[in-house]
Design a protein around this ligand. Structure first.
Ligand code: ARG
Length: 457
């Protein structure tokens, strides 16, 4: 098939070449965007008297009919077209004849595909943002209900200091706030319309590019036509933001997997969000969390792939850029599914509060507070650190917690200890006294919760 380029060629494209070259099998996803862009383009052509009003109306009617027919199944995406742009044009000409041949005036597939892809990415940024907002709402419910649910906080996977479930979840809330702000930045930076850049060097037709930009809700038209047809930065930025989202979901998943293990039993996953084993009847596996963690790899892959595709491309458009689509589509689908499923999973998760509190008390998570107790009684911090270190060693040897030691046992290690030590190192004190901004104390968390509520609104 010589298709679109007719005159210059005396032979049809080799079948294998056609199959290798075509993008219709995947860029048909841009169909609605292609129609939307074409309608804006022909409106502008008529306004600028490049085509007549009658031709504009015929073309727009034709495009709308094709859109309806595709949606109703009347027209199928048959593999005989090279890409979505040639598919639409061929059907338009079939439908309305000569006027259809004027649609592509002052336009190239290079600025056309740049536009379609931007329209698509722009819309998907909105959907991903909305999904993240749903996830944040689910998270906020957990946070609000758990400002008093104690759990151990970890460093190096070793119990460190007690925190609350609300505080721990607040950390993920912050990550998703940053994720959404990254999406917003990308949107603002990419929101300029490339149409009217032509193949690379603009056109001699009196196009009104700002008009088209406005019709399509862009902030304006792009400034440099060569950049416009070859810029895929926004795709890379999106894939990078999606990779960070997946990294966050993957860390969260990893924690849920650990908390769901027999050793921890911090959480119980809802039956609807877990799976069993074909052989071991006792199993209840956290497959959703594992898959989210696993799928992070393919989203990173899309980012690496796109960066690599772009790195050697001279100006302006080159066919390499067609490779932007499949991986972007796949990454977007993957991230949307992951956020959605993950949200369902955490909406239905339950926390074993007693188990978490018991765990929070073990492992000398109050050792820092015991040292701080001595400091408040005048012992220099470094000495206090040493004293509590010996106390911990004594406790390990005697298989007990600090608060299990009688006062005379404590006094043998330092006579500064008094009755008030027990209150100073209780789980409640350890958490409730950490009132610094960003800390786990209910007062600090309530400040954060106010912010989260506002943010989600
Ligand atoms: N299918 C192409 C792409 O996705 C459309 C642009 C084709 N332009 C060209 N000069 N062959 O990039």
């Amino acid at each position: 098939m010589a298709g679109l380029w007719g005159g210059r060629f005396t032979k049809n494209t080799d079948d294998e070449v056609f199959a290798f070259n075509e993008s219709f099998s995947f860029d048909h996803r841009l169909f609605d965007k292609d129609i939307e862009g074409s309608i804006a383009h022909v409106k502008m052509l008529a306004k600028q008297a490049v085509i007549s009003d009658k031709e504009r109306d015929d073309i727009i009617q034709g495009l709308k009919k094709i859109e309806d027919d595709v949606h109703s199944g009347e027209i199928a995406f048959l593999p005989e077209y090279e890409d979505v742009h040639s598919f639409v044009e061929a059907h338009l000409i079939k439908l309305i004849g000569d006027a259809g041949k004027k649609m592509h005036t002052g336009r190239s597939r290079n600025d056309q595909v740049a536009l379609d892809m931007k329209l698509y990415v722009r819309e998907e940024i909105g959907s991903i943002d909305a999904l993240l907002c749903e996830l944040q709402k689910a998270l906020l419910d957990i946070i609000e209900a758990n400002t008093g649910t104690y759990m151990p906080g970890f460093t190096h996977m070793q119990k460190a200091q007690p925190v609350t479930v609300a505080h721990h979840m607040g950390a993920y809330m912050e990550m998703f706030i940053r994720d959404r702000s990254r999406l917003k930045d990308i949107f603002a930076r990419m929101n300029y319309c490339p149409l009217g850049s032509g193949a690379l060097a603009g056109t001699t037709y009196p196009l009104d590019r700002e008009y088209v930009a406005k019709e399509l809700d862009f902030a304006g038209a792009t400034r440099n036509s060569m950049d416009s047809v070859s810029d895929r930065d926004y795709v890379i930025e999106l894939l990078s933001a999606l990779s960070v989202i997946m990294m966050h979901l993957s860390r969260f998943s990893e924690e849920i997997i650990i908390w769901n293990s027999n050793e921890y039993r911090f959480v119980e996953l809802d039956d609807a969000y877990s799976t069993g084993s074909s052989i071991m009847p006792q199993k209840k596996n956290p497959d959703i969390a594992e898959l989210v963690r696993g799928k992070t790899g393919r989203v990173y892959g899309a980012l690496m792939s796109m960066l690599t595709t772009m790195k050697g491309i001279p100006l302006a458009y080159n066919k390499d850029m067609q490779e932007d689509k499949e991986m972007t589509f796949d990454a977007i689908d993957t991230v949307k599914d992951c956020i959605h499923l993950f949200t369902g999973m955490i909406k239905t998760i339950s926390f074993n509060k007693d188990q978490m509190a018991v765990s929070a008390m073990k492992g000398f998570t109050n050792a820092t507070d015991a040292a701080d107790y001595l400091v408040k009684k005048g012992v220099p911090f470094r000495d206090a650190h040493g004293i509590i270190g010996s106390l911990v060693l004594y406790c390990i040897d005697n298989d007990k917690a600090i608060e299990d030691c009688a006062l005379d046992e404590l006094k043998k290690i330092s006579d500064v200890f008094d009755e008030d030590i027990y209150d100073a190192i209780s789980l409640k004190t350890c958490v409730d006294k950490r009132t610094t901004k960003g800390g786990p104390a209910p007062d600090s968390m309530n400040e954060a919760i106010k912010y989260y509520r506002d943010h989600i609104k």
